[in-house]
Design a protein around this ligand. Structure first.
Ligand code: HEC
Ligand code: HEC
Length: 231
């Protein structure tokens, strides 16, 4: 092959592949409105998205591949569970999820948002976790008739568990791959700093991976007492 043949092969090839790239991109973009069910984007869905951000759900959960991974992926949660289950859960969460004391309006908005997210055509992403059947036996829906007792306890140790600190910092504050050890943290920082941190970590360190947890001042004080014992 001569130099000029090589050059034209390069130019023609570049043009052809650029055209193919452009055509495929335009095709993908044309499918976005249908796949994202854009037409169902109601003001309530938008309000749910704002509540999702305000309560930092993404600090613990993932949707559409975005977020943290130690709480369940919520992309298809309204399908995997039911909208009623999700509403009941948000009013009264169990396990390691802290109660965010959401209003009924926020709960309804969040459910609308999660339902909209669940209807996005994600080519079946995320895959069902191994061993979990979609639509399999659902846990009982917490209702007003079966209230879960408020786990407010005077002791910081109990709060450390009930507020979900253990999910990231380990069962006794020893640290995990997602958060540092809290050993000696009360000698590293004074109570004033720790209070500001626990009220809202991102005002102390913008962009920090620690979510803003809803804590009352007395709970913060009790948690700091507990942190003094972590060594
Ligand atoms: C501090 C971490 C944390 C935050 C913040 C948090 N969650 Fe959770 N959430 C969890 C954990 C952990 C679980 C799993 C609890 C269990 O099953 O023991 C969970 C479970 C759930 C479930 C049930 C999922 C299922 O498949 O059973 C839903 C729905 C949910 N969370 C929604 C939300 C929403 C909406 C927000 C924001 C308002 C939020 N969560 C904020 C930790 C968190
Ligand atoms: C979503 C996971 C997560 C949860 C839940 C969580 N933390 Fe954290 N925490 C972190 C991460 C990540 C850091 C490190 C943040 C940084 O340095 O930007 C951190 C840092 C801290 C620090 C400062 C440590 C240092 O040496 O700078 C304290 C104190 C702390 N967390 C206490 C708590 C307490 C108390 C709770 C429960 C009320 C809690 N955390 C819940 C993830 C979490």
């Amino acid at each position: 092959m001569t130099k000029s043949v090589l050059r034209s092969a390069f130019i023609v090839g570049t043009i052809l592949f650029s055209l193919a790239f452009l055509a495929l991109s335009l095709d993908s973009l044309a499918q976005v409105p249908a796949r994202t069910n854009e037409s169902n984007l109601t003001p309530q869905v938008a309000a749910g998205k704002r509540a999702w951000q305000a309560h930092d759900c993404i600090g613990c959960h993932t949707i559409l591949g975005n977020g943290a991974y130690y709480a369940p992926d919520l992309t298809k949660v309204t399908v995997r569970r039911t909208p009623e289950f999700v509403a009941g859960w948000l009013k009264n969460p169990g396990g390691q999820m802290p109660n965010q004391h959401l209003t009924n309006q926020e709960v309804a908005d969040l459910v609308a948002f999660l339902q909209w997210v669940a209807e996005i055509d994600t080519n079946n992403w995320p895959p069902a976790p191994i061993g979990v059947e979609v639509g399999a036996a659902k846990p009982p829906v917490p209702t007003a008739a079966t209230p879960v007792p408020e786990k407010i306890s005077a002791t910081g140790a109990a709060l450390f568990r009930s507020k979900g600190c253990t999910a990231c910092h380990g069962s006794s504050g020893q640290g995990t791959s997602s958060a540092p050890s809290l050993k000696g943290v009360t000698s590293k920082y004074d109570a004033d700093y720790l209070t500001r941190w626990l009220r809202n970590p991102s005002t102390v360190k913008p962009g920090t991976a620690m979510p803003n947890l809803p804590l009352k001042d007395e709970e913060i004080a009790a948690l700091i007492e507990f942190l003094k014992t972590v060594r």
